[in-house]
Write a protein that binds this ligand. Structure first.
Ligand SMILES: Cc1ncc(COP(=O)(O)O)c(C=O)c1O
Length: 443
């Protein structure tokens, strides 16, 4: 640990996820507060702000204080959350021009915004440079474009190049980006010489960026990828030294990708464990030679969020009962389209929010409201008897769920409620979308 913290803090910080009992407690209390949940709020997205705060604290405590932590905006782009992140003194990683706009509007300082889009237009690059935003080029072509702009414009931007270390994919193909072939970054094996030439040529290039994947990448794979790039950085710096250029690569952005658990009985990887492994595999990373940047998203957000949805009705078939709820593939896009890769624990409460734990269990399918047969959140699940107006609780939905909100069937995105201290305080982070909001999207 790098800072002194109290024992209670450590205990709190080590909490890997929220339990069904905790969610039920919050829901019960919220249902008793007049006007917090309306009849129309058939589903609610909940964010435990205390848990979220603790994740940020834990991240900062695990790494040396000189580390710059930026949080991947794409995991949870709510404006109210961006303001809270800013107040917690972390930076923000953005992967598109609108995300950059949102980060700037939330007041993040330019050097704490990392612009990582894999496909930047020349004008987007120009905008980032003009505003001194840290920018990671994704290809040699982008380096050339940056160079063109810098011939006539000055900028204080830190500029890095994303390198694909080609260390292999994790267990989820669609979120692994460091395989042999990837649309991200410059592949290291076939471009070692060109990479060295680029760092020698572009005097403004002093940073590298590496990201291995998101979920499904074990810690050794993440570390192997970072080490592969740091080894190249050392080689390049040695050569730059020999050429007597007083310029070295001094910034290493190690990306995100720390996996979280979506299963209540799974072993949890702590950020402290990740840091300890990283430090022991690549000690020079934290020797003072480099400014290290991180870009975690899922680790910060995933386990802080959950969803409750009222059960509209239950269809009882011979082999299985189907509980129809009010979110599906609109909210849980990946989960519905690739159920083999993504999982959420499901719990059931009665209409007052009391957890149903009765031993009588039935086989259930939990289905969403969308007009296609793949709109199913869970199949073949043994759950307590579900009745109309009960609530289904979907666990660990804080990252890459509502940020991927799908417009199919034009459903309204639910209200988002934040709470702290186990529900002692509630705040509306985002109102439920109005019908007009939805109509505006299509007009
Ligand atoms: C470049 C980059 N950085 C950071 C992240 C965040 O990853 P995670 O949310 O798994 O920490 C991603 C997500 O895919 C990414 O593409």
């Amino acid at each position: 640990m790098h800072s002194t913290i109290g024992k209670t803090d450590i205990m709190e910080n080590l909490k890997p996820f929220l339990t069904a009992t905790e969610m039920s407690h919050v829901l019960k209390h919220a249902l008793s507060i007049p006007n917090l949940i309306n009849e129309d709020d058939t589903a609610i997205i909940w964010i435990d702000l205390t848990f979220l705060n603790n994740r940020i604290k834990q991240l900062k405590q695990a790494f040396p204080s000189s580390t710059t932590h930026t949080i991947a905006l794409k995991a949870n782009p709510l404006t109210s959350i961006l303001h809270k992140m800013k107040a917690l003194d972390v930076g923000i990683e953005v992967a598109s021009f609108p995300e950059m706009y949102m980060a700037m509007a939330a007041g993040f300082e330019p050097e704490k915004i990392i612009f990582d889009s894999p496909s930047k237009t020349v004008s987007e690059i120009g905008f980032a440079l003009k505003n001194d935003i840290h920018l990671n080029a994704d290809s040699f072509t982008e380096l050339e474009r940056i160079d063109e702009i810098l011939k006539t414009n000055s900028s204080k931007s830190i500029i890095g190049l994303r390198i694909n270390p080609q260390v292999g994919s994790g267990s989820i193909k669609t979120t692994s980006v460091a395989g042999e072939i990837s649309k991200f970054g410059v592949p290291i094996t076939s471009n070692r010489l060109q990479l060295k030439e680029a760092f020698a040529k572009y005097k403004w290039l002093n940073a590298v960026h590496v990201h291995i994947g998101s979920q499904g990448c074990p810690v050794p794979l993440l570390i192997q990828g970072i080490k592969t790039v740091v080894d190249l950085v050392n080689e390049i710096n040695d050569e730059l030294n020999q050429q007597d250029v007083k310029r070295l690569i001094s910034v290493v952005d190690i990306g995100g990708g720390l996996p979280v658990t979506y299963y209540q009985d799974e072993k949890v990887v702590s950020i402290q464990h990740f840091y300890d492994q990283l430090q022991s595999a690549i000690p020079e990373l934290f020797s003072g030679k480099f400014r290290v940047i991180t870009e975690f998203g899922r680790y910060i957000h995933a386990n802080s969020g959950w969803v409750s949805s009222r059960v509209e009705l239950v269809k009882r078939e011979k082999k299985c009962a189907i509980a129809m709820i009010h979110v599906g593939a609109d909210l849980l896009l990946r989960e519905c389209y690739n159920p083999q890769d993504w999982h959420h624990e499901i719990s059931v409460t009665d209409t007052f929010g009391n957890l149903k734990n009765n031993s009588d269990k039935n086989n259930y399918m939990i289905a969403g409201p969308l007009c296609f047969s793949g709109d199913v959140i869970a199949r073949d699940l043994q759950l307590p008897v579900i009745e109309e107006n009960d609530f289904i609780l979907i666990h660990d939905t804080g990252a890459y769920t509502f940020s991927m909100w799908s417009r199919y069937n034009s459903r309204q995105m639910p209200k988002v409620i934040g709470y702290s201290d186990n529900g002692a305080h509630f705040e509306i982070l985002k109102e439920r979308e109005s019908l007009q909001d939805v109509a505006n999207f299509w007009s």
